[in-house]
Design a protein around this ligand. Structure first.
Ligand code: NAD
Ligand code: UDP
Ligand code: UDP
Length: 318
């Protein structure tokens, strides 16, 4: 089959994942429109694309309607780290819910395929391990994480209702913890915190005992999964888990980062945040079967690339 050039909208295009996705799509020869309100995204993340005539960046908040003509939409707009999404929780829910309505309304009008960046947080603090897509989750609807978790759950509901009611072509991915270059150095997420702390000689802050687990996916692997999911036939709607099934404790992550950076930072213990999931790891059987996808980048290699990126950030700050 020959190449078919598409007009693709990426909401949240100046964020961590969005900027990598825009880069991949532009490199593949598509016309890409990034839509972002720059709440957590940064123009530096897309600076390398601005001189490319196939790329366009628009400042816009997805809680307001957007009228453009496109073939595909990737809806990534939403702050993703706990400190950012808890900064203005009402806006977080609005972004997920009203943002989804606007992107779905747009997809319906122009008959575009629409991808939703959902999250493993829809499983809350899971009682089933590893998590499969049919697990319905254990979310506290009243806690500090709820604006994000419930917002994303409502967005999934909207995606499936627009699909059933209006035949909108949807692709829902449930993304697990992802890391890599262009993560926000101050977003409080564990990989960026540990690396920045290790590189600047600050203590490594381990919340709780550090025995809680996560499974970390390198950004390039994840973006490959996005593109494969978008490329599936209309019968594939998801939700599909996308993440790396290699599970480790947060303490082990701290030790790896210390080793790879050669840092002299010591580990200090801080209280575990409320509703912090004790374990999380994707079952990616569905992604393997439907997309022929699985992560390729081992943790050490991905961490090294991320450390190299953060070394540049530290240098720039002097
Ligand atoms: P990010 O914070 O770097 O990117 C989110 C982007 O959305 C930012 O550029 C931000 O400015 C923009 N944005 C926020 N609110 C907006 C609004 N109202 N209108 C327009 N733009 C808005 O986070 P990320 O890690 O790149 O996450 C991207 C998406 O993937 C999010 O939807 C997130 O929920 C989802 N996700 C990420 C992870 C992960 O590990 N990184 C895990 C699960 C799900
Ligand atoms: N919308 C948009 N761009 C479009 C079409 C719709 O932003 O090109 C928004 C608009 O705000 C609308 C929402 O998407 O309210 C939902 O659209 P839908 O057609 O489902 O509903 P309605 O227009 O009846 O509210
Ligand atoms: N965490 C930690 N120290 C930090 C930042 C996070 O021990 O400086 C822990 C956090 O409590 C959680 C895990 O690392 O158990 C992953 O946190 P992150 O905010 O990156 O992602 P999420 O909790 O959304 O999976």
């Amino acid at each position: 089959m020959g190449f078919s050039r598409k007009r693709i909208l990426v909401s949240g295009g100046a964020g961590f994942l969005g900027s990598h996705l825009c880069t991949r799509l532009v490199e593949a020869g598509h016309d890409v429109l990034s839509v972002d309100n720059y709440f957590t995204g940064r123009k530096e993340n897309i600076a390398h694309l601005l001189s490319n005539p196939r790329f366009e960046a628009m400042r816009h908040d997805v809680t307001f309607p957007l009228y453009v003509e496109v073939d595909e939409i990737y809806n990534l707009a939403c702050p993703a780290s706990p400190i950012h999404y808890q900064f203005d929780p009402v806006q977080t829910t609005k972004t997920s819910v009203v943002g989804a309505i606007n992107m779905l309304g747009l997809a319906k009008r122009v008959k575009a395929k629409v991808f939703q960046a959902s999250t493993s947080e829809v499983y809350g603090d899971p009682e089933v391990h590893p998590q499969t897509e049919d697990y319905r989750g254990n979310v506290n609807p009243l806690g500090p994480r709820a604006c994000y978790d419930e917002g994303k759950r409502a967005a999934e509901t909207l995606f499936f209702d627009y699909h059933r009611q209006h035949e909108v072509r949807i692709k829902v991915a449930r993304i697990f913890n992802t890391y890599g270059p262009r993560m926000h150095p101050q977003d409080g997420r564990v990989v960026s915190n540990f690396i920045m702390q290790a590189l600047t000689g600050q203590p490594i802050t381990l919340y709780g005992t550090g025995s809680q687990t996560r499974a970390f996916c390198f950004v390039d692997d994840l973006v490959e999964g996005f593109i494969r999911l978008m490329g599936t036939g209309d019968e594939v709607t998801g939700p599909v888990n996308l993440g790396n099934p290699h599970e480790i404790s947060v303490r082990e992550l701290a030790e790896r980062v210390i080793k790879l950076t050669g840092s002299k930072s010591e580990i200090v213990f801080e209280p575990l945040p409320q509703d912090d999931p004790t374990q999380r790891c994707p079952d990616i059987g569905l992604a393997r079967r439907t997309l022929g996808w699985e992560p390729q980048v081992p943790l050490e290699k991905g961490l090294q690339a991320t450390i190299d990126y953060f070394k540049g950030v530290v240098r720039e700050r002097g």
